[in-house]
Design a protein around this ligand. Structure first.
Ligand code: UDX
Ligand code: UDX
Length: 458
């Protein structure tokens, strides 16, 4: 796969974003070194095992051979590197601001390892508050000054738009690639890095065929601040879109409309579009909650309010509470009841439980003294690690979770839940009540199977 336009890339942080990006860049023919401070993770990756559940990731990791190596030493990754991509996490601080301390620490370390005359493009892929790219540049410049080393460092902001569970698909077939920089060299190098994606000249990896009539993605070049803002604005908009349909769903319930029909009818208007109009338990994960909060924190810094973002967040929080209320309305008394929660990952296709709506509902139900059974096809271990001291019976099959339960709540739309034999399960429960928090079951079929069916806005 080696070719003349191949670059040497160091990716710092091999989490959901860094690992997916590294594996994809290696497939495109670049030579990639993944750097992570976690020796356990690096060891796993060296053995060809993925620390995260993401479809096709492990196969592609194993197929990458010499193109992709892993280390805990940044200096090793930087040797001969053309590009260093920073993809470490930016967790929220107590005030909601994204914490850039890891990003800055990596920037400092990069500067400590740069050698005289080295040319490097430093790319920030982590989602960082407005102005952080400039901060990275000044941190690196300061360390180089202190060390009296002359290196030619260019900077670019290059936000990611990959969805967990679809991470490789989104990386290989992006809608657009955004590069924010004031430096022509950075633009040139990043255009070279992403050329196989921009021109779609790579061989699709097994299991990830190119969609038919896939339009070539544009490279959006802009200034760093706008690039940082594009990421936040896109995520805030998508989160708002979901909260909007969830708000409509509440009214649908009251007037007797079906929100899935409403969303279909709305979505066919090409100005609106049908995606991200799925009503339910609302959004979770490592991005929408954190990014909407971070956007507000930035706004607050400038004395500005963002009432739409606030409303989107409020509706999303209410959506989780409503689910508990629905259970309570149906079962009347919650205390002492046995409720099975199916789905703990924040969405299907991942083992990520960060800010998962299902996990939140689990916590709320525990506070109501409900006896809980929980099952997830892949996120069970992660859920147990996240709630180690909670009195939850972790079940290893959906059937086991439902046995003798008073109600079942679907919190994640795993396909597996749609194909369960609900007619048989109805006979195994104490009372066949299903609260479909993701509107994935067929209400008529469930009712025919003997269930009391409660959906969201239908
Ligand atoms: C990414 C982005 O970086 C974040 O800004 C965005 O909002 C969400 O996606 P993600 O890949 O999900 O984060 O983070 P995580 O899975 O936590 O991975 C971060 C990795 O960086 C971990 O493997 C961690 O060990 C590593 N790390 C962290 C370092 O190598 N060095 C550090 O200083 C900090
Ligand atoms: C998101 C962005 O989509 C992606 O571009 C990137 O910036 C990272 O953040 P991710 O959080 O991985 O991706 O998943 P996504 O598919 O966007 O789902 C986020 C949440 O919204 C999930 O909890 C999902 O269940 C929920 N969701 C999504 C809905 O409730 N309804 C929908 O119609 C779509």
């Amino acid at each position: 796969m080696q070719n003349s336009s191949a670059l040497q890339v160091a990716i710092v942080g091999t989490g959901y974003v860094g690992l997916t990006t590294g594996v994809a860049l290696a497939h495109l023919g670049h030579t990639v070194v993944g750097v992570d401070q976690d020796p356990g993770k690096v060891q796993m990756l060296r053995e060809g095992r993925s620390p995260i559940h993401e479809v096709h990731l492990e196969d592609l990791l194993r197929a990458s051979g010499e193109q992709l190596r892993f280390t805990t030493h940044l200096s090793e990754g930087l040797q001969g590197a053309d590009v260093a991509i920073i993809a470490v996490g930016t967790p929220p601080k107590p005030n909601g601001e994204a914490d850039t301390r890891y990003v800055e620490a990596v920037a400092r370390e990069i500067a400590q390892h740069l050698t005289e005359g080295q040319r490097l493009v430093v790319v920030v892929k982590s989602t960082v508050p407005i102005g952080s790219n400039q901060r990275v540049a000044s941190v690196i410049a300061r360390v180089l000054r202190e060390r009296q080393v002359q290196a030619h460092v260019s900077f670019a902001s290059n936000p990611e738009f990959l969805r967990e569970g679809m991470a490789l698909y989104d990386t290989f077939y992006p809608d657009r690639i955004v590069v924010g920089t004031a430096d022509d060299h950075a633009t040139t190098v990043l255009r070279q890095l992403y050329r196989p994606l921009l021109e779609q000249t790579f061989t699709p990896p097994p299991g990830l065929p190119r969609p038919s009539a896939f339009p070539l993605p544009p490279l959006v070049t802009t200034d760093t601040t706008s690039a940082e803002m594009i990421k936040y604005a896109a995520n805030a908009f998508l989160a708002t879109k979901i909260s909007f349909i969830n708000e409509i769903a509440g009214l649908c319930e009251r007037v007797g409309a079906d929100v899935t029909e409403v969303a279909r009818g709305m979505g066919l208007d090409t100005r609106i579009g049908s995606r991200f109009l799925q009503a339910g338990l609302g959004w979770g994960g490592s991005c929408f909650p954190k990014d909407t909060q971070a956007l507000q924190a930035v706004a607050a810094e400038y004395g500005y309010t963002m009432p739409i973002i606030q409303a989107a967040r409020d509706v999303n929080a209410r959506q989780r509470k409503l689910m508990v209320e629905k259970l309570q309305r149906t079962l009347k008394v919650l205390r002492g009841r046995t409720v099975a929660v199916l789905g703990l990952a924040f969405k299907p296709g991942t083992d990520d439980v960060r800010d998962s709506a299902g996990m939140d509902v689990l916590r709320m139900l525990l506070e109501c003294d409900v006896h809980l059974r929980a099952y997830d096809p892949v996120a069970l271990d992660a859920a147990q690690r996240a709630l180690p001291d909670m009195e939850v019976d972790w079940a290893y099959t959906a059937q086991e979770a439902l046995e003798g339960a008073d109600a079942v709540l679907i919190a994640t739309e795993w396909e597996e839940f749609q194909t369960l034999d609900w007619a048989v399960l109805a006979t195994r429960m104490r009372t066949p009540v299903v609260v479909d928090g993701r509107n994935v079951l067929n209400p008529a079929a469930l009712r025919a199977a003997g269930f009391t069916y409660v959906g969201v806005g239908r």
